[in-house]
Structures are given as structure tokens and as C-alpha cells.
Design a protein around this ligand. Structure first.
Ligand code: PEP
Ligand code: MN
Length: 339
């Protein structure tokens, strides 16, 4: 149930209502949107609980049922699209977020060179993996803490935000100390203990869609993070497994309008993992902005063929620069601003 609170309600009245909910053991989350408050009752109660009684509270305008299994991520809980503020920078609100950088942080020199090149081309967030979820345990696993230190310095120097994956609950604090956005990888989308723990950091979370996750699975995973009281979740479509095996994954562009319809959370596209084919990256990025995505995440390396991981899907700084120019033009047509 959602309790829509009347405009200009004083905080005391809301506190009184929340105290009553607590007394009834109804778990609830208070949210604010443009000065209007909503209380989402997310747990507790049974078939005999009379939720209608809350409409008798003078500060309650409406009592609405949830129409979806996911609650906090739903449009019912929040009509307007979420806008995420990170250190004075914005994700959402028709500003196209461009996260770019190597699949893996390989060396101090490599991440600094990449950061400078992508920043010059108009990226606003530096990506780079320090803890890598590799299919084979014999492949490069990432530089760990040292890599994060290199990336933090490179991002700062080039006035970029940063994003990196956290794979394990034991590394959350470490990764959170060095980056602005914590990434949950596709393989961990349903690692519920990890989701709950990263949520508690209060940092924005980039949640990647699982390899075979439905929209419902995806939004329920986001729900785990939102439940911790952290509203800053960015959904990332990064391709799913289908019967087609030529491409690494099948990028689901329809996820953009569909997730926007179901949820208020920002939706970005990862055309690199989404296709696994470097030539397909710019066209899929164009499709993403044309379909209304809130941003993209792209793998870029100064010398793509020499990438320690995901070389085949990594683009060069020149391709990235050319792609950004086209994105700016498409952005004008669909009213999305590209830096
Ligand atoms: C990545 O972005 O580095 C990554 C491993 O992505 P995914 O979890 O989508 O495979
Ligand atoms: Mn990669």
C-alpha cells in the first residue's frame, strides 16, 4: 500500500502516522518528491489488516494498492523519473550520462591515458574494473586496491566521476572508499546479501541486468537495494543470453521504454557487453539514446587489441570521439543533452 500524504502536511503529523505503522508492525519507507511525501508500506499485515483506516488520518490524501510485485521501484511509488545527484553531477533529467573506460584497470599509465582521452571526448564518468568477474580463474582477475587507487587519481585529475564493480561483501568498504558509484555485475544481480550490503553504503548503485533475468527479476533485485533506504539505483541493460550465439549477448533495446514505463529509475545501456563486437558498439549506443536511455557505459582502451580483457568489444579513443559527436546530434532530436 502507498499512503499519499496531503500537501503542506507538517512533519509532526507524518511522524505520528509512522509511529502508528510501527506499532502495527507495518514496515514502511518514507519518500519525498517535489515536496510531496509518500509512505510505502512494504511489509507486514495480513488479510485482516484494514489499510483503509489510514485514510481517516487527516494528513492522508489517498491509500493506493501496489499493482506490481516490486514496490519502491514502481511508478506507483514515484510518478516522476528519479534524478540522481552525485557530487554536484546529475544522472537523469534528460542529461545523457557517459561512462567510459577500460574493461580492466591494467596500469597507472593505462587508466590515466584513457581517462584523459574519454574526458576530452565528453565522457563524465570513468569506468574500470579492479575486481574482475572472469569466466576462467586463469584469466586476469584485476589489480584490486592498487587499481582503485590509480583510478581514483585518474578520475580526479580529469574531473570525472568513477564507477567500479564490487563482487564480494568483504570488498564493499574498500571499493566504496575509492569510487563514486558501485557497480553490481550481471553475474551478481541476484546475490541478495551483496545487494543489501551495497545498499547500506548509501552510494549510488549501478545494477546490471543478469544474463537471464526478466524485467521482473531485474526490478526485484533493485527492490533489495531500495529497501535499505538507498534511493540511488541506476539500471543497466547489458545484453541477455538468447538462442543467438554469434554475438556475445543480445542487447535488449526495448528494455529502455519498458523499464521506464514500469519504474522511475534511470536506465542506461552497455553496448560493449551487450554485443561483444566493437563494430556494433556505436550503432547500439545510437539506438540507446534514440530510445530514451539515460546514458551508456562503454569500454574504451588506448590500444583496444592489447586490452587484458574484453578486447573484441573495446573501442579506440578515436571511435569513441566520433561516436560522441553522433550522439550529440541524435540527442538534439530526442531532447537529451550530451555533454
Ligand atoms: C563490466 O562491466 O566490467 C562487466 C563485467 O559487466 P557485466 O557484469 O555486465 O558482465
Ligand atoms: Mn568487460
Amino acid at each position: 500500500m502507498i499512503l499519499v500524504i496531503k500537501e503542506n502536511t507538517v512533519k509532526n503529523d507524518i511522524d505520528e502516522l509512522i509511529a502508528k505503522l510501527r506499532w502495527m508492525k507495518l514496515e514502511n519507507i518514507l519518500t519525498e518528491e517535489n515536496g510531496r511525501y509518500h509512505i510505502a508500506i512494504v511489509n507486514g499485515g495480513d488479510a485482516n489488516t484494514d489499510f483503509k483506516q489510514f485514510s481517516l488520518f487527516p494528513c492522508v490524501e489517498q491509500v493506493l494498492p501496489f499493482t506490481q510485485k516490486f514496490k519502491l521501484a514502481s511508478r506507483a511509488a514515484k510518478k516522476q523519473r528519479s534524478v540522481i545527484q552525485i557530487n554536484g553531477r546529475t544522472i537523469g533529467n534528460n542529461l545523457f550520462a557517459v561512462m567510459a573506460g577500460p574493461c580492466s584497470i591494467e596500469s597507472e599509465e593505462q587508466i590515466h591515458e584513457t581517462a584523459a582521452l574519454v574526458a576530452k571526448a565528453g565522457a563524465n564518468i570513468l569506468r574500470g574494473g579492479a575486481f574482475k568477474p572472469r569466466t576462467s580463474p586463469y584469466e586476469f582477475q584485476g589489480l584490486g586496491k592498487t587499481g582503485l587507487q590509480y583510478m581514483q587519481a585518474a578520475a580526479k585529475k580529469n574531473n570525472l566521476l568513477s564507477v567500479s564493480e564490487v563482487m564480494d561483501t568483504q570488498d564493499i568498504e574498500l571499493v566504496a572508499n575509492y569510487v563514486d558509484i558501485l557497480q553490481i555485475g550481471a553475474r551478481n544481480m541476484q546475490n541478495f546479501s551483496l545487494l543489501k550490503q551495497v545498499g547500506k553504503t548509501g552510494k549510488p548503485i549501478l545494477l546490471k541486468r543478469g544474463l537471464s533475468a526478466t524485467y521482473m527479476d531485474f526490478l526485484m533485485a533493485a527492490e533489495y537495494i531500495l529497501q535499505t533506504g538507498n534511493p540511488n539505483v541506476i539500471l543497466c541493460e547489458r545484453g541477455i543470453r538468447t538462442f543467438e550465439t554469434y554475438a556475445r549477448n543480445t542487447l535488449d533495446i526495448a528494455a529502455i521504454p519498458i523499464l521506464h514505463e514500469l519504474s522511475h529509475l534511470p536506465v542506461i545501456i552497455d553496448p560493449s557487453h551487450g554485443t561483444g563486437i566493437r563494430e556494433a558498439v556505436p550503432p547500439m549506443a545510437y539506438a540507446a539514446i534514440a530510445a530514451g536511455a539515460d546514458g551508456i557505459m562503454v569500454e574504451v582502451h588506448p590500444d583496444p587489441d592489447k586490452s587484458y580483457s574484453d578486447a573484441k568489444q573495446t573501442i579506440s579513443p578515436q571511435t569513441f570521439t566520433d561516436m560522441m559527436n553522433v550522439l550529440r546530434q541524435i540527442g538534439k532530436a530526442v531532447n537529451i543533452h550530451v555533454q
